[in-house]
Design a protein around this ligand. Structure first.
Ligand code: NAI
Ligand code: MG
Length: 351
């Protein structure tokens, strides 16, 4: 038996509901292949914050660093400000472990009506820069409480940071259609975005089989809705990639199915796997959250851990379940979180 030690951070809200289901599914998928998981569960998140004044203990990063990967549910609570939850947990993990790639595949499933007219087939990968860009801690507020009050937020784009994300995205594109779209806004954001364009073009020029197209983010948003099949691999900055991936998931039908991998491609540190969605306080506690995003994130974790065969089987199983119509209410069905998990486990026996 080959065993992987995984840090489990179910977090808040529906993270606590989809995580146990995904763990059961992963155990069931891996076991017949002689692969097992040692789950190290940590109760970190908003409840921990309310009790201890911080989202994670001081040595959290050291604890996570001793494991092979981090499996995260969602963080965020109406009782704690989003700046505390994001900057106290998710963002420090991404940055301490230099998980500079946020890989977000999304595709449509037959039988699930897309939110778009004509239900076009969607199959794309968004490669989002994950540790710099617009989500920077540099800035401040001045003259609070006066009519002159102002806020400043400094974006940070480094050559090193753009080169490595562009190179990763070009490799993904080369392994697929060879078409790479770079999201930009060099007409409005006149310092960082022209620099992004230049460096991305330089890097992609090294790849003979990849054709680069630079598209302004506003036009790209419209194109994703009107002509999603014209898009295959998209490379984007932290903010643009964040927004585009929710848009793509929404176009497919529900954000509840979308997975995401926060990768340190050089494997110096653990990578982190999580659904794209948040803690969904509006449906938390009802047992109806869609667990597919968490399960699919688990399949990406299997890929990263060196088990593409198990990942493909798991993807085939959850695809069959979705396409059979056994889906949660966000996709128009009546199934519960637990029922979807049980159905995926049952399907694993026949794929
Ligand atoms: P959200 O993703 O939690 O919810 C948006 C909408 O999608 C809601 O109507 C929700 O019910 C629905 N939804 C999301 N996941 C679903 C699932 N698995 N099954 C069925 N329906 C699902 O985003 P929202 O409402 O903007 O944020 C809620 C909290 O989550 C906030 O505190 C936010 O900061 C946090 N958040 C955390 C993220 C993370 O942990 N990576 C990512 C996004 C938001
Ligand atoms: Mg997001």
């Amino acid at each position: 038996m080959r065993t992987h030690t995984i840090s489990v951070l179910a977090g808040d809200g529906i993270g606590l509901e989809v995580m146990p289901v995904a763990m059961q599914v992963l155990d069931a998928a891996a076991e017949p292949h002689g692969v097992g998981f040692q789950w190290r569960e940590h109760p970190w998140g908003s409840d921990y914050y309310l009790a201890h004044g911080r989202m994670m203990p001081l040595d959290a990063i050291d604890q996570l660093a001793q494991t092979d990967a981090v499996f995260l549910g969602a963080v965020g609570s109406p009782e704690v400000s989003d700046t505390e939850t994001l900057w106290g947990m998710l963002i420090p993990i991404r940055r301490e472990f230099d998980q500079y790639v946020n890989l977000r595949p999304i595709r449509s499933f037959s039988g699930i009506a897309s939110s778009l007219a004509g239900s076009p087939e969607i199959d794309m990968v968004i490669v989002r820069e994950n540790v710099e860009g617009e989500y920077s801690a540099v800035g401040g507020r001045s003259y609070r409480g006066t009519p002159y009050e102002a806020a400043y937020q400094q974006a940070l784009f480094s050559r090193f940071g753009i080169e490595r994300i562009a190179r990763f995205a070009a490799e993904v594109a080369a392994s697929r259609s060879g078409r790479l779209v770079s999201a930009t806004k060099s007409n409005g954001i006149i310092h960082t975005m022209p620099f992004w364009d230049e460096v991305v073009a330089e890097v992609v020029a090294e790849f003979d089989t990849v054709v680069l197209e630079s598209v302004l983010i506003d036009a790209l948003a419209a194109r994703m809705v009107r002509r999603p099949r014209s898009l295959d691999v998209i490379v984007a900055s932290n903010l643009f990639g964040d927004i585009l991936s929710d848009l793509a998931a929404g176009a497919v039908g529900s954000i509840g199915i979308a997975p995401s991998a926060n990768l340190d491609p050089e494997r110096r540190h653990p990578s982190m796997f999580e659904p794209v969605h948040g803690s969904a306080p509006d449906i938390a506690g009802q047992g109806i959250a869609n667990p597919i995003g968490q399960i699919w994130a688990g399949a990406m974790m299997l890929d990263h851990l060196g088990h593409p065969d198990i990942a493909r089987r798991l993807e085939a199983a959850f695809t069959a379940v979705i396409e059979s119509g056994l889906v949660t209410p966000d996709l128009g069905g009546t199934a519960t979180t637990a029922e979807v998990g049980a159905a995926v486990i049952e399907r694993l026996g026949s794929v």
